[in-house]
Each structure stands twice: as C-alpha cells, then as structure tokens.
Ligand binder design. Structure first.
Ligand SMILES: Cc1cc2nc3c(=O)[nH]c(=O)nc-3n(C[C@H](O)[C@H](O)[C@H](O)COP(=O)(O)OP(=O)(O)OC[C@H]3O[C@@H](n4cnc5c(N)ncnc54)[C@H](O)[C@@H]3O)c2cc1C
Length: 436
C-alpha cells in the first residue's frame, strides 16, 4: 500500500538531533503544517527548528491527494451560519491569502503545480449547491453553478471556483525544506516547561508549535473531545481520462477526483476511523463500472482530524499555555489550512497581531452538535469491555479487516497486527501483540 507520490526519490534527508539544543521556536512535526511554519518563521528572522520522528512529509501529507483549494466542501454556508458574516469574510480572506502565498512559492519550487478549477458537486441536493453560491456571493466571491461536470456521474449540481490547483507534495517538500533546520528520526517523548525531551536529547525553547497532526499532549486543550479522525481511501487508475479540474462530493462519504500525469486519482470510501465504510471496495466497484479497462496502479489510505465546526484550530494550544501553539483539524483540506497556520503563527510569534486569530482560535466555543457525537463515541469506546485497549486514553480497539490494523473509534489511533503504532494521537505501541 503506497501512494502515487511515494515513488519519487527524495533528494534531501536531515540528521537526527545529537545531544542537547536550544532554539527560539521549536516545531514538533515535519508535515506540511510544521514545515510551512518553519519556512515563514525563518523568513521573519526567527530562529527555529523542526523535529520529526520519522522523515519529513512521511505522515498524512505523503498520503494526501494534493489538491489546493479554498473550497473545503460546502464550507462557506456552514461558516456563515455558525460564525456570522464578518468572520466568514475573514475565513475566506485567510484561505485566499494562503493560495496566493502558494502561487509565489510555486514560481520558485518545481513540483508539478497546475492551476485547475475546483468543483464541489452533489448527487442528491441541488439546493445545497445553490445555497453555497449564495453564501459565496454574500462574501464577495463569484462562483458558478453547473448542471454537468466532466465526470461519469449524474449530478444535481456543482459549484465551481476558478483558479485553484494541484501539485506533487513530495517534490514541494524537497524545495521548501532546503534551507530549514530539521532533525529527522527524532521523536519528542515528553514536554516540560520550555523543554522538549526527545529520544536523542533535550531541546530548550521560548516558543513551541505542536504540528503533530493530532496534538499529542492531552493535559491541555481538550483536543480528544474537540476532534475525531476520518479515514479515506485512494486509488490511482491508469484511466487516461482527463477530468479537467479537482472535484469533491459535498457528502463526506462521496468521491473525489483529480489527475496526475496519466493517472486518475480517485478518493472515497470514507468513514470515522474505527468504524466501517466503503473502503477500497467502493472505489474498485466505481472503477470497474466506469473504467473497466483501467489498471489500478496504486492504492493507499490516510486519515485527517475533523473539528466540531469545520474550521481548523490554529493558535494558542490552550488558554493556560501562553507560549505553546497548535495547528490541527484541517478537515481533509490541509494545504490552504497549513498555509493559514504558517501565516497566523509566524505573526503571533513575531509579536504581531494576526487578523485571523479569532476565527481559528482553538479556545472558541465547543458548543456544536458534533461535540455530543464525540462524547458519545468516547464513552462507548471507554465502556466497551473488550481488549486490546488504546494506550492513548484507554478506549477499546477494533480490528480493521480491510487494512489489518487495530483502530480506535474514539480518537483515531491505529496499530499494526504486531501492535506497532501507525497513527497518532497515541505516542506508544501496544504492550503486546493483540489476539484477534
Ligand atoms: C486521503 C486524504 C486525502 C487528502 N487530500 C487532500 C487534498 O487534496 N487537499 C488538501 O488540502 N488536503 C487534503 N487532505 C488533508 C491533508 O493531507 C492533511 O490535512 C495534511 O497533510 C496534514 O498535515 P500535517 O502536517 O498536520 O500532518 P502530517 O503530515 O501527518 O505531519 C505530522 C508529522 O508529525 C510527526 N510527529 C508526530 N508525533 C511526533 C513526535 N512526538 N515527535 C516528532 N514528530 C512527530 C509525524 O511523524 C508527522 O510526520 C487529505 C487527507 C486525506 C486523509
């Protein structure tokens, strides 16, 4: 199981930490979020370093589909409804700025970037699409309604935003990381006041950014209640079908599409981690029906953190941790969100105000319907009396037949059949190999 990006041979690797070290800002996690934060902090003249337990971009970012869009599903009507017009305008502006920053970087970094129109379609509900166009109109962005798109699907409607994009994440990683101070194969094990204890030495810092995908420190911030993880499956087909854009279904269980070279990249089969869903079977059935001649050359899966209100958590980790920041909860739209976090956090750490702080604040209200679902799932996981248990917070793990792993439906940690950690927020392996 590997992504279409993984065949790319990396031109850079970074040494591990050797002994103790001191920096102004320590960033834990070398995915798109941590690396972009480091790039912008360095550009602002701030001394910083990234620690990555594996290799950079080897986490979710290596298993993405790498579409860059401000159109995170039907997000604008949702943000307008939950946050009001003023904040919704800021949300739009933040992501537009993120896109512009990428475009500047793509002029210097060669990473198969192509400008593409972005589409969100509905198979069932025309009105939802119309409402998104109305919401965008209120926020001052012109979007188009389409009756048909270049996909083998009968849709009720689609909203198009022009001039978004797609790229190759690992090629981008090599270009953006060249000048950064990064320690690979260095895992943070424990956090103390202004000090991170790693498996290779201690790092002293003034400021800390936690960019570990799911935040790994449980003591503050209530992230296990504020987020859950949603798993998606992807195949790359040698379909030679040009879909002329980047597409997602408005239904989070629906399909997504883009091209990369001769491949059609098809995503879907999604479900809450630890639960069942369509998986690769659903994608294979779609491919078989619509592209019967096409070989499946790559198949992979990954998961992302979903927030209570569809907006990322970017800012101070919690009210009680003044020099500790977080960037997480990208709701499967990590590229513009990671760029927003780099802009916002580099401003805060440079001592400036950020116009976007309030909308992304991790301390904003938790009173959203999803909180009840997360609480219920956590209680269910805790009270289910089966073994094995997750080392993160003790929930029951469920065997995932499709991927041969043990998965936690509370917070999304995953383990191999041998009990090795595959996905955070757990930071530890299982103590022994679980019995099926
Ligand atoms: C199937 C799928 C498709 C997607 N497609 C898109 C898309 O088309 N467009 C889009 O915008 N978004 C997409 N996303 C979302 C996007 O890929 C993610 O939001 C983004 O990659 C997350 O980046 P990250 O830096 O937060 O996490 P990661 O890339 O997982 O980076 C976190 C890093 O932290 C490291 N780490 C963790 N703990 C420690 C520790 N204790 N010490 C040191 N290092 C540590 C990990 O090793 C990891 O490398 C998709 C998501 C999925 C699941």
């Amino acid at each position: 199981m590997k992504s279409v990006w993984s065949d790319f041979e990396r031109s850079l690797s970074f040494n591990s930490l050797e002994g103790d070290f001191k920096t102004n800002t320590l960033i834990i996690g070398g995915g798109i979020a941590g690396i972009l934060c480091s790039h912008f902090l360095r550009s602002a003249g701030i001394d910083c370093a990234v620690v990555e337990s594996n290799r950079i971009f080897s986490g979710v970012t290596e298993n993405t589909t790498a579409k860059i869009s401000i159109q995170h599903g039907l997000i604008f009507q949702r943000v307008l409804h939950s946050f009001g017009e003023e904040k919704a305008k800021l949300f739009l502006k933040a992501h537009q700025k993120a896109l512009t920053e990428y475009e500047k970087l793509f002029e210097k970094i060669s990473c198969d970037y192509e400008k593409k129109d972005s589409f969100v379609y509905s198979l069932t509900d025309r009105r939802k699409i119309e409402k998104e166009i109305e919401a965008l109109d209120r926020l001052g962005l012109k979007a188009d309604f389409l009756e048909e798109v270049d996909l083998p699907l009968k849709i009720k409607g689609a909203v198009r935003i022009k001039n978004q994009g797609q790229f190759h994440p690992l090629k981008f990683a090599m270009g953006i990381s060249e000048d950064l101070l990064i320690f690979e194969n260095t895992k943070v094990l424990e956090l103390k006041k202004n000090k991170a204890v790693t498996n290779r030495g201690e790092i002293f810092f003034e400021n800390l950014i936690v960019a570990t995908h799911f935040p790994i420190f449980n003591k503050h911030g209530l992230y296990p209640l504020k987020m859950f993880q949603h798993r998606s499956y992807v195949v790359a087909l040698e379909a030679k079908k040009n879909v002329n854009g980047i597409y997602v279904d408005e239904d989070e269980k629906g399909l997504s599409f883009r091209n990369y070279k001769d491949f059609l990249i098809l995503g879907g089969g999604a479900h809450r981690t630890g639960k069942s869903g369509g998986g690769w079977r659903e994608l294979e059935a779609f491919a078989e029906k619509n592209f019967p001649e096409a070989e499946i050359s790559y198949r992979w899966a990954a998961q992302d953190c979903m927030t209570l209100d569809g907006v990322s958590y970017i800012g101070q980790y919690s009210k009680n941790t003044p020099n500790v920041y977080v960037t997480t909860g990208f709701n499967k739209w990590g590229f513009t969100s990671a760029m927003v976090s780099a802009l916002l956090l580099s401003d805060l750490i440079s001592g400036k105000e950020s116009p976007f702080s309030s909308i992304f604040s991790p301390s904003r209200t938790m009173l959203r319907p999803q909180l009840a679902v997360n609480t219920f799932e956590s209680l269910l996981g805790l009270l289910t009396p089966t073994v094995p248990r997750c080392p993160h917070l003790g929930c029951a793990l469920k065997y995932n037949k499709e991927e041969h792993s043990w998965d936690c439906s509370c917070h999304g940690s995953r383990f191999s059949e041998e009990g090795k950690l595959l996905d955070s927020p757990s930071t530890a392996d299982l103590k022994k190999k679980p019995k099926k």
